[in-house]
Design a protein around this ligand. Structure first.
Ligand SMILES: Cc1cc2nc3c(=O)[nH]c(=O)nc-3n(C[C@H](O)[C@H](O)[C@H](O)COP(=O)(O)OP(=O)(O)OC[C@H]3O[C@@H](n4cnc5c(N)ncnc54)[C@H](O)[C@@H]3O)c2cc1C
Length: 485
């Protein structure tokens, strides 16, 4: 097509997914522009938590502190449909969830973009695009009318109703919502009887459907409910104060008085996932790629981890140093994780139905979750700590494909952890020295461990292992120079 690109990557959507992706691209040296339809931040938060793996990836980059400074609290463990999960069994600096409204996570990520000079174009909506062999031309509608922007890649991080996904006509199999619920942030009078602590929501199915109330501090409460009344109402009907009052009454009688509804919205248990996360030069991430019941506190975390998986790969592709197939590992690795979250949220949805037999199922599940192995499996899913990617071409080792906790990769480069500076490792690594750092290994049983920029182990071996060059080639691209090859 021959038209010069205005930027490497056009990121559509300034939610947590798009903002983390733009940060990752900047760190890896690719130029990005974020488009956001909303003229300014709303300050509203759907999600209220960071799961342990999300805290770990922010720590990996040295960005956790700026996020934590805006956090409200930490919440011990996690939950599966309200049944407690113990995160203490994992080797992680964060065996807890960080209680933080989504808006504050977004704000801290957007502040960093501003500091680094990465533009976030607010009040600008992507309305169309076309892709060709060397880029994507997007049509963007803003206050001054329409304009065209050219990028080498485009990422749809534009949420559950993704315009990018629609324009791609991407297959989005799954099912529509069956249950309609309301989420609202409210100010209450007479709430002294309520705990001011952030705690696990006591998600119990009851006669009036699902209900929980959680203090967000400063007299503001998060209420979530979905009873028979909500199923009768149109899903586009505005949430009224009367509707919120009626939902509070059976649980708190007349003791709580609703003073104000700060914001409210309806949501459902619709469950769908894009069949392909990549179509040529266009990729999908976050809610644009998957929607599900927000059970267990996973959606924002899933989206941020999509972005973290994609950023370094996309930058390598743009800089011409990605091996064949690297960018496709984004779909190969993240689609199964999304599918797992869809499955567990559908299962949680069943456990939240008002039915005596479901209570029996809950009791059985609660019993099972007291078994360490069962807790570890389910807690590994919800926390993100149990994710293991398939790593081809290397021998099997318990660390391979798993995350490495407690390390830092602030430069976004890879890391070779070695027990001592072996000449053979030094020689093998030399052509990738500009992309991979070195440090002593904390693992006595493994002589050397290669870690990708997203903190996952992609090779474990000994100093004489010939597979190291294969792994370096696969994950870090063609070797530069020929001096030791
Ligand atoms: C009630 C509720 C509670 C939840 N609680 C939790 C929780 O506790 N924990 C958790 O992890 N997750 C939770 N989630 C899920 C979480 O909020 C989402 O998964 C998360 O917002 C996804 O982030 P995203 O960046 O992918 O998409 P979004 O946050 O939806 O951001 C997409 C952005 O793209 C913009 N946009 C859309 N179209 C265009 C366009 N054409 N051009 C330009 N910009 C566009 C939008 O304005 C928006 O800012 C909850 C969800 C709901 C509904």
């Amino acid at each position: 097509m021959g038209m010069e690109a205005d930027m490497d990557v056009l990121v559509v959507g300034a939610g947590p997914t798009g903002l983390l992706l733009a940060n990752e691209l900047q760190l890896a040296g690719a130029s990005a522009l974020v488009l956001e339809r909303l003229p300014q931040r709303t300050g509203q938060s759907k999600a209220l938590n960071l799961q342990p793996r999300t805290a770990e990836i922010l720590q990996l980059r040295g960005w956790l502190e700026r996020v934590m400074s805006r956090a409200v609290t930490t919440v011990p463990g996690g939950h599966f449909a309200g049944l407690p999960l113990d995160y203490g069994v994992f080797d992680t600096p964060f065996p807890y969830q960080v209680g933080i409204p989504q808006a504050r996570v977004e704000e801290s990520l957007e502040d960093r973009l501003a500091e680094e000079g990465v533009p976030v174009l607010r009040g600008h909506e992507l309305v169309d695009f076309e892709q060709d062999s060397d880029g994507v031309t997007a049509t963007v509608a803003g206050p001054a009318g329409q304009r065209r922007l050219r990028a080498r890649y485009l990422v749809g991080a534009d949420g559950g109703r993704s315009t990018v996904r629609h324009l791609l006509k991407a297959a989005f199999p799954g099912r529509d919502g069956r249950v309609s619920m309301v989420v609202a942030d409210i100010v209450l009078d007479g709430a002294s009887e309520l705990s001011d602590e952030w705690r696990l929501p006591s998600l119990e199915p009851g006669d009036n459907g699902l209900f929980f109330l959680l203090s967000l501090g400063d007299g503001v409460y998060r209420v979530l409910f979905g009873g028979p009344r909500q199923q009768e109402l149109d899903r586009s009907a505005p949430v009224t104060e009367d509707e919120v009052r009626a939902a509070l009454r059976p649980h708190h009688g007349g003791r709580l008085r609703l003073r104000e509804v700060r914001w409210a919205s309806r949501f459902t248990d619709a469950s769908r996932q894009a069949e392909r996360y990549r179509d040529g030069r266009v990729l999908l991430a976050g809610d644009a790629a998957h929607i599900h019941l927000p059970a267990g506190g996973q959606g924002l975390n899933l989206g941020m981890q999509d972005a973290f998986n994609l950023g370094w790969k996309l930058a390598a592709q743009i800089q011409g140093r990605a091996s064949e197939g690297l960018l496709d590992t984004y779909h190969a690795e993240r689609h199964p994780v999304g599918a797992m979250v869809l499955e567990n949220t559908r299962a949680q949805g069943v456990l939240l139905v008002t039915d005596p037999d479901v209570l029996a199922l809950r009791a059985t599940m609660a019993e099972l979750l007291t078994l360490p192995e069962a807790n570890r499996r389910i807690a590994g899913m919800i926390s993100g700590l149990g994710i293991r990617y398939e790593m081809p071409g290397s021998p099997t080792h318990p660390l391979l494909g798993a995350r490495l906790p407690g390390i830092e990769l602030p430069t976004g480069r890879g890391l070779l952890l070695e027990s001592a500076a072996h000449p053979s490792l030094t020689a093998a690594l030399a052509p990738w020295a500009d992309r991979v750092d070195r440090a002593p290994t904390p693992f006595p049983d493994a002589q050397a461990v290669l870690v990708r920029p997203d903190g996952y182990v992609c090779w474990v071996g000994r100093s004489d292992d010939a597979h190291l060059s294969t792994a370096l080639h696969r994950w870090f691209g063609a070797p530069s120079g020929t001096e030791t090859q």
